[in-house]
Design a protein around this ligand. Structure first.
Ligand SMILES: C[S@@+](CC[C@H](N)C(=O)[O-])C[C@H]1O[C@@H](n2cnc3c(N)ncnc32)[C@H](O)[C@@H]1O
Length: 293
């Protein structure tokens, strides 16, 4: 247990309502909420390849939890203290299931197959039939196991399948580093990014990794989020804003320029490079002698 993580007692009646709404009305403004089912594998892996070069051994990282790749791979690349946040509790569950799978499987191929299977047994009522889930369950807490079983039983999807699993491959050597580096769940802040600042207090990080979140906020909420994020960036630390969209959203680009316009404190880099596809990264680096407090 750590300063952030509290095992919530899920309010399943609310979850049923939320998920029913999500599945019947796709509306990006309300799509992500407390129990949004998580994509088992996502394009987060492609983002992570770019992040590798920026993580110095021992770095502290704050990242969206998502489907777990971001915290897991940050750790594999040498980050020390990795804190996660997400509006959906299922992000914490999925990350915990992946961490448990790391403990359960010695071989990368078994881990990859398990993740692949998870994404194919994702319809409500199927989750518990995922092959080799019984190898993984002993590494989960009582509350995590119960949440998985109960939500699945009453027909709420906890996870969603998505892109093909050929995408998800970790060479055995890297897999061993990953297993060694991640032995227990990450601190998890269960929050909307709009309230993240309050929950962080005075904590600062070397890397803040917000991928594909700002695009889902109402445009007028982006500036306050960025403004309140500044004080959580260490001197020489960086904020990564990555987008899965093929063009940078003008609302985000312009807001970033407005909020970080003081060139003596911040260095903004609008990159157009990604291993897969035609994505845009925005990297905002805090200068060493920044006056910002
Ligand atoms: C927006 S999705 C995009 C998928 C993933 N990041 C990727 O790169 O493929 C990422 C995560 O952000 C979370 N999320 C979305 N809106 C959020 C918000 N306002 N506050 C906190 N987390 C949010 C979702 O629950 C999900 O786990």
């Amino acid at each position: 247990m750590n300063q952030y993580t509290k095992e919530p007692i899920p309010n399943l009646a609310e979850a049923v309502q939320t998920v029913t709404r999500l599945l019947t009305h796709f509306d990006t403004k309300t799509f992500y909420s407390e129990y949004t089912p998580q994509m088992v594998t996502t394009n987060e892996l492609s983002h992570i390849y770019n992040l590798k070069q920026h993580i110095k051994p021992g770095a502290s990282v704050l990242t969206v939890g998502g489907s777990g790749e971001q915290p897991l791979f940050c750790k594999m690349y040498g980050a020390d203290n990795v804190v996660t946040f997400d509006v959906s509790y299922n992000s914490y569950l999925l990350t915990s299931v992946k961490i448990a799978a790391l403990q359960a499987f010695d071989k990368n191929t078994d881990y990859e197959k398990f993740v692949y299977d998870l994404s194919h047994y994702c319809k409500p009522g199927q989750l518990m039939d995922t092959p080799k889930l019984n190898y993984v369950m002993p590494y989960l807490t009582y509350a995590q196991k119960n949440h998985l079983r109960y939500t699945d039983e009453i027909g709420i999807p906890v996870f969603l399948g998505d892109i093909s699993c050929d995408f998800y491959c970790i060479p055995q050597q890297q897999y061993e580093i990953l297993r060694q580096s991640v032995k227990s769940p990450f601190p998890f802040i269960w929050t909307n990014i709009l309230d993240l600042d309050k929950k962080l207090g005075d904590d600062k990080f070397d890397i803040l990794y917000y991928s594909n979140i700002l695009s889902f906020l109402e445009p007028q909420k982006i500036a306050p989020v960025l403004e309140s994020t500044k004080k959580h960036i260490n001197p020489r630390g960086s904020l990564f804003l990555l987008s899965e969209f093929n063009e940078p959203k003008p609302a985000i680009m312009n807001t970033v320029r407005d909020v970080f316009e003081n060139a003596s404190d911040w260095n903004i880099d609008f990159k157009h490079a990604r291993k897969f596809g035609d994505f845009h990264d925005i990297i905002i680096k805090r200068c060493q002698n920044s006056n910002y407090r």
